[in-house]
Design a protein around this ligand. Structure first.
Ligand code: SAM
Length: 226
């Protein structure tokens, strides 16, 4: 079973949206599990401090290496080979290929940063892999962790109705997905392209591929260069 362990200062964020719809159903059906660990349980002193001022000066606070390491060490054994992902805008951008890889494994341990981030030494010492969900800065790693988990969970066998539903999708072949239509046949004078009503599956597949190519060229030419 795919097991997700999330290290956070805000465990109450979870399961949040992951408890709804497809991922929520799958969680209830035991197709994956979600555990949260409050980093603050290892905080220091009366105030359970988890952060301190940046060495060298500057604004903001940094999560202490010793506090985060203690939390990781309590809950992750040496035998636990799941990737340890630190959500971080500096990380390698998350791709559908990486999501597929993660979804086919035993699960993930995810560390959610806050403030200015975490002390570099714990990243090195505990082999954390930095992962970004895009070129923008969130206030914390929790939403980023949910994005990653949502993307993984829908690919776990048995979660989606038909396994194929993941196959034609955007990014699966470095192409964006073709447009979809459904009833009614006429919506405010806009009709469904004739080819989709023709029943000719070869023609439909060709049309969809052409649409995918045209959309990718217009919106994401970088994908075609791959
Ligand atoms: N000072 C950091 C920087 O400039 O790279 C930004 C820290 S951000 C305010 C706080 C936390 O939010 C980060 O440690 C990370 O866990 C999370 N975060 C923010 N943006 C993210 C992104 N694009 N992808 C993944 N995690 C992100």
């Amino acid at each position: 079973m795919f097991r997700a362990s999330v290290f956070t200062l805000y465990p109450d964020f979870f399961p949040g949206p992951l408890g709804q719809s497809l991922s929520g159903d799958a969680l209830q059906r035991g197709l994956w599990s979600l555990t949260t660990h409050n980093i603050r349980d290892h905080g220091l002193g009366r105030h359970k401090a988890v952060d301190d001022t940046p060495a060298g000066g500057g604004v903001g606070m940094v999560i202490r290496a010793d506090v985060l390491a203690a939390s990781l060490d309590e809950h992750l054994t040496a035998q636990d080979k799941r990737p340890r992902l630190l959500m971080s805008p500096r990380g390698k951008p998350l791709t559908q290929a990486r999501v597929r890889e993660l979804a086919s494994g035993e699960g993930v341990a995810i560390i959610c940063g806050r403030f200015e981030g975490v002390d570099e030494r714990v990243i090195e010492a505990r082999g954390l892999e930095e992962v970004s969900i895009g070129d923008y800065v969130l206030s914390g790693g929790e939403l980023a962790a949910m994005v990653l988990l949502d993307a993984c969970v829908r690919l776990i066998p048995g979660v989606m109705g038909k396994l194929e539903s993941g196959h034609d999708e955007s990014f699966e072949s470095d192409l964006l997905e073709y447009p979809h239509y459904t009833r009614p046949r006429d919506f405010e004078g806009r009709t469904i392209p004739d080819v989709l009503l023709s029943g000719d599956h070869a023609k439909i597949a060709k049309w969809r591929h052409e649409q995918s190519l045209a959309l990718t060229k217009a919106r994401r030419p970088d994908l075609l260069k791959k």
